[in-house]
Design a protein. Structure first.
Length: 197
């Protein structure tokens, strides 16, 4: 996390560091991102960056946190709904889509994080946190009778996490409200033929 000296910076200079870092980490995965390009784009000396952050990883994790903090302002609306699991998940992915449209660089920063090859401990920690939250959410849905109690909760998480991640990763490739709805419909009902109401 940033050192006190970062927060003591002039707000405009601090914002320049954040914007240059977001751009770099959106355009390049962590392994290929360059601290030299960041400092060049925000107009500070490279040595100064080490007065604000321990290293590139420290800066990177701060930017990833900023991306998820912004995303939470969108997706928290889904979890505030008094609705069944399917309605909440539907709203979650729709809000994720809106976040991606409104903040494409932050969206890409978040996507790049999950694809890193060297941040495996941080990624595993994030996956465990997501799994724990989802399983609590799923337990409530099973208890309410909305979800088949015979399903293995870990299998359900695997499917939702895999499909949801791929859906979020490809928002910029033409996904829209209708497409998101159809993907979630497949998750809810499977591939079986449905009887008309």
């Amino acid at each position: 996390m940033p050192k006190v000296t970062f927060f003591n910076l002039d707000p405009e200079k601090r914002q320049a560091v954040v914007e240059a870092s977001v751009k770099e980490f959106a355009e390049h995965p962590y392994e290929q991102a360059s601290l030299s390009r960041i400092v060049e784009n925000c107009g500070i000396a490279k040595g100064s960056m080490y007065q604000y952050f321990e290293d590139k990883l420290d800066l990177y994790l701060y930017i990833v946190d900023l991306a998820y903090e912004q995303k939470r302002t969108y997706v928290s609306q889904a979890f505030s709904l008094d609705a069944d699991i399917f309605t909440v998940l539907d709203e979650y992915y729709r809000q994720s889509y809106l976040f991606a449209k409104d903040f494409p660089l932050l969206h890409q920063v978040a996507n790049n994080f999950w694809d890193s090859r060297v941040l495996l401990p941080q990624i595993e920690e994030g996956r465990i946190d997501r799994s724990r939250d989802f399983l609590k959410f799923l337990e409530v849905a099973i208890a309410s009778g909305a979800v088949n109690p015979n399903l293995d909760p870990q299998a359900v998480f695997f499917v939702y996490h895999a499909v949801g991640k791929d859906l979020v990763d490809h928002f910029e490739q033409g996904a829209n409200d209708e497409y998101i709805g159809q993907v979630l419909d497949v998750l809810r009902y499977g591939l079986q033929v449905r009887k008309e109401d």
